[in-house]
Design a protein around this ligand. Structure first.
Ligand SMILES: [Zn+2]
Length: 297
């Protein structure tokens, strides 16, 4: 009898646990972000109070992404869309907003002074005039600089608190812890790259402009305004690399490595991967800084 009672008790306990977790999962607020690193940022501040969905799926290119039908369906249930200013948003943000007029659009890059996108690598002497043709394209890669992520964190906090005032203080406390983490990470990255001020690195797609700016490095892109360079431009870049004894060309998994390999071969150097879109954002930046430190001379 006792054993049977115990069994019933255990079963009902199990069932009530099941219901509790089931209800909370279904009740969770769904929010969207454009790119993977933003999922990291939002989860630092919201913890498990929200379910974060990523629009530009891992491996995809945020400059040309097109949302899938299933994602458009998920948007209709989302409470917040955290935009960051990546290129695909220009074509899609309005459509996403009209698919769910109740959804808040939070511009997490609000208040960030964007730099012109690095369009030409710096030539010397008679090519000097070419350097500053940027054609007004602003660099969207603001998630790769911890000081700029502090600005984004504040915008994320504000949107979460407005959409879900019941958890105001939880968001506030998590945000404070996140800022502490960002300050520490920033100091750590400064320490890693301390001896490298003013040095240059070559990269296929210029995603590391704000990172370079924050830590005193100089980014030299292969890609020119989103396009593969012309043979003459490639030649100029190779001469530049030889002159500055640059031995590594950075590439990222979302882009072709063909011209990077060509440059690396010409300069007797190597190609190295750095990922600007990793989910494990803080750890990834530490790894990137360590990689840069090891090869930038
Ligand atoms: Zn990019």
């Amino acid at each position: 009898m006792l054993r049977r009672l115990l069994k019933v008790f255990c079963l009902s306990l199990l069932m009530s646990f099941g219901t509790i977790s089931g209800v909370s999962a279904a009740d969770k607020t769904t929010v969207f972000v454009s790119i993977v690193p933003q999922k990291f940022f939002v989860e630092q501040i919201a913890k498990d109070l929200v379910d974060v969905q990523v629009m530009v799926e891992p491996g995809a290119n945020p400059h040309i992404y097109e949302p899938k039908p299933a994602q458009m369906a998920a948007i209709s249930k989302a409470k917040i869309y955290f935009a960051i200013g990546v290129t695909f948003e220009k074509a899609w943000l309005k459509k996403l907003a009209s698919a769910n007029p109740k959804m808040r659009i939070a511009h997490t890059d609000h208040g960030i002074q964007k730099m012109p996108m690095a369009a030409h690598h710096h030539g010397e002497g008679k090519d000097q005039k070419k350097e500053h043709h940027h054609h007004g394209i602003l660099d969207p890669h603001v998630w790769l600089s911890p000081p700029l992520v502090m600005v984004q964190a504040r915008n994320i906090l504000t949107a979460l608190q407005e959409a879900d005032p019941a958890h105001r203080s939880a968001y506030e406390a998590n945000h404070k812890a996140f800022i502490t983490m960002l300050v520490e990470l920033d100091g750590e990255l400064r320490g890693i790259l301390a001896g490298k001020r003013g040095l240059q690195f070559i990269v296929f797609h210029p995603a590391w402009g704000y990172f370079a700016h924050a830590y005193g490095l100089k980014q030299v892109p292969i890609e020119i305004e989103g396009k593969e360079p012309k043979p003459a431009q490639l030649k100029e870049l190779i001469e530049h690399a030889r002159k500055h004894q640059i031995k590594v060309v950075f590439v990222q998994p979302q882009f072709s490595t063909k011209s990077a390999e060509q440059v690396a071969k010409e300069i007797g150097g190597q190609v190295a991967f750095v990922d600007p879109l990793a989910l494990n954002w803080a750890e990834n930046l530490r790894e990137v800084a360590t990689k840069f430190k090891a090869v930038i001379k």
